[in-house]
Design a protein around this ligand. Structure first.
Ligand SMILES: [Zn+2]
Ligand SMILES: [Zn+2]
Length: 558
């Protein structure tokens, strides 16, 4: 009797558990028929971009991250620990058969910026987003705006400078705009099918529309940022929230994050097993936009062949073609049952097919063409696309910003430096040597803890009317100097400029200066500026830093 009752309870429990499973478990990824595209498949490698290790706020070391990536079928991982880019990156290495690449996530005043494929920076990168974009580019790196439309305002990308790339999707940001009910459902589902549960949190983000605006004129490469921490606790992004239980027990795990979505890089040739050469191949493909995103937890395998036939031959996804030229766009993809392949022009749908192949002739090409694959035809506008390609762009300036017009007054003769004096905090020191030719500042920022150490050269203004400041500056080492204007009330406007040991000529437009103190905004009337300051502070230098800054010429111009 007792045995019968026990087995009845057990049966009920099993049925109950099965019922719960069917109610809350998201479907397993749809397995697509092998299209037999062997050559393309061998050149298409999946990887994770934007991963944190124990070096910053992640829970696993490089070996654990690589092992998790291997379990999820990835071939490369770009680790982007928080930092200022002054740590020399580890050389590329294969661990558990996964190519581990070392990069950095830089916190700027305008959001977070991933700098990949970049050597160590000569000074800490930080401050205004525009300055960091410029520094990463000058150092030869490739910059990606991370979680640009994060629900957390402080994490949004707000710089005016156009990044080299951006995350159109960020797994770590995805949950922040979901309702509590959706989070509870995903949380329960996580224990049944982890990656499909994480995919439940993904929506079609506003960043796609923002990206479509940027790519009308130039190539901006979009990637998916998995932003994996191996848990959600102790993140720099959440400095103001308490440690969570989920983070402590490692949810979401690296492996489940990696299996949710990935970047599929289309190489010229399959990986060889040589870390340096393979790293070059992957970085080159990402830089050139030969990469598409797939939400692998929805369907797999994702394969996409997107390119264009032009009079000069076939070009791949990511190419920039001359504006006004003609081409035939070609796209084919593995297709989920009932799915749809979509061609977009500047964000507008211009062609769709339920078959896996699309041809579209373009004449007088202008703007950006890209491809999406949706799981269901006509699916609603809030669903995350399964595949997102990078665009083929018809643009005026191929792969390059239009050259900046030289300032009108560039030819004028150098003007002797203003009379300068030193301003500094009590812990820092400076010695000023002036001649009729130049002014040389030897400085040392106070050592020890970060307070607000600074040393500045200051010069007084007398209500002059001017639109710009011209400066000839030289430093003993590469550095950034903040050029600032200060009013009688002590309000400051400023912007930092790179100064090269070989000498830099700055043309500082007053209109480009930004308010530096919170609580005031708007433009500065130059006649109200009482002082001009050249500031070295902790934005781009560490406590204890010493060096030399030389002013070889200075002028106010209109
Ligand atoms: Zn971040
Ligand atoms: Zn991050």
């Amino acid at each position: 009797m007792r045995i019968v009752r026990a087995s009845a309870i057990l049966t009920l429990a099993v049925l109950g558990a099965a019922g719960v499973f069917f109610l809350i478990a998201p479907p397993a990824p749809e397995r697509l028929a092998d299209p037999g595209w062997t050559a393309l498949r061998a050149r298409t490698v999946a990887g994770a971009i934007h991963v944190h290790s124990t070096r910053s706020d992640g829970h696993g070391d490089r070996a654990q991250i690589a092992a998790a990536a291997a379990r999820s079928g990835l071939k490369f991982v770009i680790v982007t620990d928080h930092g200022d880019a002054t740590r020399p990156p580890d050389p590329p290495a294969y661990l558990s058969g996964v190519l581990v690449l070392d990069a950095v996530e830089i916190s700027t005043d305008d959001g977070h910026y991933l700098a990949i494929d970049m050597p160590r920076a000569p000074y800490p990168l930080g401050g205004a987003g525009d300055a960091v974009v410029e520094d990463v580019r000058r150092l030869g790196g490739f910059g990606i705006a991370a979680h640009p439309d994060s629900p957390k305002p402080a994490l949004r990308w707000t710089a005016a400078a156009i990044p080299d790339g951006l995350e159109w999707l960020n797994l770590d940001s995805a949950w922040r705009d979901d309702s509590r009910a959706a989070l509870v459902r995903a949380g329960l589902a996580y224990f049944l099918r982890p990656s499909p549960a994480l995919a439940l949190l993904l929506d079609r983000p506003p960043t796609l529309a923002r990206w479509d605006q940027l790519t009308r004129e130039r190539r901006v490469v979009a990637v998916a940022g998995v932003d994996a921490h191996g848990g959600v606790g102790r993140r720099a992004e959440d400095a103001d929230s308490p440690r969570s239980l989920a983070g402590t027990i490692g949810i979401p795990s690296y492996a489940s994050s990696f299996a949710t979505m990935s970047n599929h890089v289309v190489l010229d040739a399959p990986l060889q097993g040589d870390p340096a050469a393979d790293a070059r191949g992957i970085y080159t493909a990402v830089r050139e936009g030969r990469v598409f995103t797939a939400v692998d937890a929805l369907a797999a395998p994702a394969l996409l062949d997107f390119g264009a036939d032009t009079p000069a031959g076939h070009v791949p996804m990511g190419s920039v073609l001359p504006r006004g030229s003609a081409a035939t766009l070609l796209a084919r993809a593995t297709m989920p049952a009932g799915g749809e392949l979509i061609l977009l022009h500047d964000g507008q749908v211009i062609a769709t097919t339920r078959g896996g192949e699309l041809r579209y002739p373009v004449s007088g090409g202008a703007g950006a063409f890209r491809v999406e694959v949706h799981l269901a035809a006509g699916s609603d506008a809030t669903r995350v696309p399964w595949i997102v390609s990078n665009p083929i762009v018809f643009a005026e300036h191929i792969n390059r910003e239009p050259p900046e017009a030289p300032p009108a007054s560039a030819a004028r003769a150098a003007i002797a430096p203003f009379p300068w004096r030193i301003e500094k905090d009590p812990s820092s020191s400076g010695i000023l040597r002036s001649s009729s030719q130049d002014a040389t500042l030897e400085f040392k920022l106070g050592a020890g803890a970060r307070e607000s150490q600074f040393v500045a050269l200051a010069s007084d203004l007398r209500g002059e009317a001017f639109d710009a400041i011209e400066l000839g500056l030289t430093a003993d080492r590469p550095c950034r100097v903040s050029v600032q204007l200060r009013t009688v009330e002590g309000k400051r406007w400023g912007r930092s400029y790179y100064v090269d040991p070989a000498g830099s000529r700055l043309h500082v437009r007053v209109g480009d200066l930004r308010p530096l103190d919170s609580g005031h905004a708007g433009a500065l009337a130059p006649s109200l500026a009482q002082s001009l300051l050249l500031v070295i502070d902790l934005t781009n230098a560490n406590p204890g830093r010493s060096g030399t800054l030389r002013v070889t010429s200075s002028a106010l111009v209109r």
